[in-house]
Design a protein around this ligand. Sequence first.
Ligand SMILES: NC(=O)c1ccc[n+]([C@@H]2O[C@H](COP(=O)([O-])OP(=O)(O)OC[C@H]3O[C@@H](n4cnc5c(N)ncnc54)[C@H](OP(=O)(O)O)[C@@H]3O)[C@@H](O)[C@H]2O)c1
Length: 323
Amino acid sequence: MDKNSKIYLAGHRGMVGSAILRQLSDAGYQNVVVRTHAELDLTDQAAVRRFLDSEKPDWVILAAAKVGGIHANNEYPAEFIYQNLMIEANVVHAAWLANCRKLLFLGSSCIYPKFAEQPMREEALLTGILESTNEPYAIAKIAGIKLCESYNRQYGVDYRSVMPTNLYGENDNFHLENSHVIPALIRKFHDAKLNNSPTVEVWGTGNAMREFLHVDDMAAACIHVMGLSEAEYKSCTEPMLSHLNVGTGMDVTIRELAETIGRVVGYQGEISWNTNKPDGTPRKLMDVSKLKSLGWQPKIGLEEGLSTTYQWFLAHQGQFKSH
Ligand SMILES: NC(=O)c1ccc[n+]([C@@H]2O[C@H](COP(=O)([O-])OP(=O)(O)OC[C@H]3O[C@@H](n4cnc5c(N)ncnc54)[C@H](OP(=O)(O)O)[C@@H]3O)[C@@H](O)[C@H]2O)c1
């Protein structure tokens, strides 16, 4: 990738987008174009067309999406499917109309079937039923992959897709109801420490296994994938696929995760496991051998990543007090 390439980064204020923006800037990319949600609503087809037609970027990174945890996905399924489909369709089509040959689309590991063989390989896509709680979101993300794949096939462009595992880090969402497991637990343990609570309740048995990737590693993976030649990218994704998994390839139990967060936060009490609450899928792990073979590996260990995330939370907690 040329350092002078004009890159439009959609979603630059989000957790992933802000990490990508930091790394592009550190790496010397000077020509990055951004717009806030208020300045450009990506569900507005005409506005997206006008914007891309006037900017004519060399690369588009699509890190904008309607994102949330189980609760939000369950409560607002219409918003999750509608907004994500609109954002993807508008951005991919307008990029093509503006003669942009290069695009990176961010999906999610929830595209894979509920009972996919573990670790989940890229080939598992569309081989079984999806987890029902976030099916509308997953369907939209699958449509995003297929949009890129179809534009590549019909128009000969180079639109790539990366599927991250569970992410965490700076700029994560610490909302009490809408957050993912790591920010939710950091907040719980932090509050328990402040209140001298003897126990912290965590849902489930603690035996479920999950994979977590620090968002700075995710941003590095995105820039690595963008830097691959078209032939290198295709060598791992064609002829049957057009997406790449991004993760650590290693998982931990929720028990190990909770204990590590307790340690990082400095909580001295006990964890009580509420086994009346569901564990969810027993295991969800990505097979990341394709990306590894293309020369990328994560650098940030879980405890180190949790520690910097907690420091970030402490520095910004004022903004989470009310929700
Ligand atoms: N977080 C994870 O664990 C995770 C895991 C796997 C995949 N991913 C994927 O990574 C990508 C980025 O996720 P993230 O965690 O960074 O999400 P995020 O923190 O919620 O950021 C998403 C960004 O998109 C913007 N956005 C949403 N709707 C928009 C619209 N209609 N027009 C313009 N901007 C809009 C948001 O702006 P506003 O806040 O102003 O609305 C926000 O800045 C998504 O595609 C997601 O599916 C995330």
